[in-house]
Design a protein around this ligand. Structure first.
Ligand SMILES: [Zn+2]
Length: 260
């Protein structure tokens, strides 16, 4: 009897000891995990913030957008940030566009241009003088650099020298296939631009009205730059959308992601 009791007491003591050891290990593991996490966070912070960081600017979230940087998963987020404020937008475009900042225009409560610019060129492509918002100029510059010129090289072995447009600001209501609408168009605040074609260094001309339903390299170019616009603009409508867009791309800097 006494022997059984002693055995039980010994077992209990061993159990308590085991539990103590387990708790100690859990504590040590927790501390180790905390230290590893701390090192990772600190290392990551250093990698991003250090002036001599090996992280390329295009991959560094603390570095602003640069138009000629390679495209990374951060590019669109950086673009939206740069497009949101006039000073950021203008400084990003410096050296990549011919434009002049203008005073804001206000025709009415529904028709106005904030962050107004007079735009004449993005990258290597001229434009007929265009009054628009800086955000449109910035998205045009990204499109020219990362979609228009690469597609011109790939499909036509030449360079885009001029972008034909039919304006950005227009104080009017939306037009739909069913007729007019009571809602104002994004053109009423210059948050959109209509593009009708392109001229190239070798003399080639492409116009959406004549070439969208054609064949060969011109069509391949037009499809590629429409798809490219979907990356840089919030909403892109092409002749595929409806008959109202048979002769132009409607590119918008705000909206719900339509790409057609
Ligand atoms: Zn339009």
């Amino acid at each position: 009897m006494r022997h059984a009791k002693r055995q039980q007491m010994a077992q209990d003591a061993a159990k308590t000891q085991r539990k103590k050891t387990e708790r100690s290990w859990a504590l040590i593991n927790g501390l180790a995990a905390f230290c590893v996490l701390g090192v990772l966070v600190f290392g990551g912070y250093q990698a991003i913030m250090h002036p001599e960081t090996p992280l390329p600017p295009a991959w560094n979230p603390t570095q602003p957008l640069r138009i000629s940087d390679p495209v990374t998963p951060l590019t669109n987020w950086k673009l939206n940030r740069a497009a949101a404020t006039e000073t950021q937008c203008l400084s990003t475009l410096q050296g990549h566009a011919a434009l002049r900042a203008l005073a804001p225009l206000k025709d009415s409560d529904r028709c106005f241009i904030s962050d107004r610019v007079d735009l004449r060129r993005v990258g290597h492509a001229r434009l007929a003088p265009l009054e628009t918002r800086c955000a449109i100029a910035l998205r045009m510059a990204m499109w020219e650099q990362h979609s228009l010129q690469p597609a011109a090289q790939a499909f036509l072995s030449t360079q885009v020298t001029s972008i034909a447009h039919i304006g950005s600001y227009n104080c009017r209501a939306m037009r739909t296939s069913a007729g007019g609408s009571t809602r104002m168009s994004t053109h009423a605040t210059a948050d959109a631009i209509d593009i009708s074609g392109f001229d190239f260094e070798d003399g080639t001309q492409i116009r959406l009205i004549a070439d969208w339903n054609g064949a060969g390299a011109k069509v391949a170019f037009l499809r590629a730059v429409r798809d490219g616009a979907c990356k840089w603009f919030a909403l892109t409508l092409s002749p595929d959308y409806n008959r109202l867009h048979a002769d132009h791309f409607h590119l918008q800097s705000r909206g719900w992601g339509l790409c057609r």
